[in-house]
Design a protein around this ligand. Sequence first.
Ligand SMILES: Nc1ncnc2c1ncn2[C@@H]1O[C@H](COP(=O)(O)OP(=O)(O)O)[C@@H](O)[C@H]1O
Ligand SMILES: N[C@@H](CCC(=O)OP(=O)(O)O)C(=O)O
Length: 375
Amino acid sequence: MILARTRSALPAAQRIVVKIGSSSLTGPDGRLDLEALRGLVRVLAAAHEGGTQVVLVTSGAVAAGIGPLGLAARPRDLATMQAAASVGQGMLVARYTEAFAHHGVRVGQILLTAEDTVRRLRYKNAQRALTRLLALGVVPVVNENDAVTTDELKFGDNDRLAALVAHLVRADALVLLTDVDGLHDRPPTRPGARRISHVGDLAEIADVPVTSRGSAVGTGGMVTKLESVRIATGSGVPVLLAAASNAARALAGEDVGTFFAVTGRRTSARRLWIAHAARVRGRLHLDDGAARAVLGGRASLLPAGVTRAEGEFDAGDAVELVGPDGAVVARGLVAFDSHELPALLGRQTAELREALGEGYDRELVHRDDLVLERR
Ligand SMILES: Nc1ncnc2c1ncn2[C@@H]1O[C@H](COP(=O)(O)OP(=O)(O)O)[C@@H](O)[C@H]1O
Ligand SMILES: N[C@@H](CCC(=O)OP(=O)(O)O)C(=O)O
């Protein structure tokens, strides 16, 4: 589709997901910057008025909780982050509700966890709520459900969450707003850094140095943004990455920020999650036959084809499947806990059923839970 390859996709988009990072919503003191928030809302309300459906994915809950809790800086431990997010999220949504109401637009809060994008029922649930809100002319305001999200289940960052939401609502484009106007050919603090305007394929920027250190209040830096870009463009959604201060020009299709063209087609949310699971818990080493079977694309992985396992994981966790040459061939959700594996590896299915009973003759990684590594 021609639209998804150029910036003209943006003004023509009927449904967009816009993500704004903490760095663009907070002042130097770490508190919410109301002027910045209102500036963003002005732009989004105008897009809404023009007939574009807008989903806003907003960070800033933890940052908004820093001031009221008297914390010196953004907390790094999970419990204090949860507490700060719990205090901050309410304030954040109250501010958006007021700011959008000023333009006659209603908002609805949606808090998601990783599970909502993986488990079919929950995925459908989230999708139904978001679609209905949009049909009712409401701007959904989405964030991760930080106050109850455990370490394992965390999206890790809102950049990834935004890409998954863009997939969920079948957005025509994803707009990532941050404190820097797009990807630069080197971190923008280095002298001579220049903006890259268009990326047709991520391979073009393989050599661009990016840091994972964000601003003082942001998380993930440019690395998580590029991961988000990879998820979105690889599943049919083009991305524009720009400075929040350029939001209006970005939505108008002007030459600001970096445009990333679509590189792949829409895929299932579950496969998307497996391919980009925030955290891989272990590795299964495959023998030659198993590696070839998996690479063939239609086979499940059986215990018989695995020579050794690394890591500690529970059934349902994401693991890497490694071929005899040491290269990762696929990612998948493993069906057993790691402590069960020594008794299973290298043994035939029938033998396992006989020795250990029904239930132990199942696949180690079912083919529906397996995604080949892109080469
Ligand atoms: N090559 C690069 N081009 C642009 N920005 C980069 C690059 N490498 C690192 N960065 C950094 O990424 C930061 C944005 O990430 P972050 O602070 O996490 O933002 P947010 O809070 O919006 O999610 C920028 O401030 C910038 O310093
Ligand atoms: N959900 C968290 C934001 C986490 C996050 O990814 O922040 P950022 O890198 O600023 O987009 C919050 O609301 O504070």
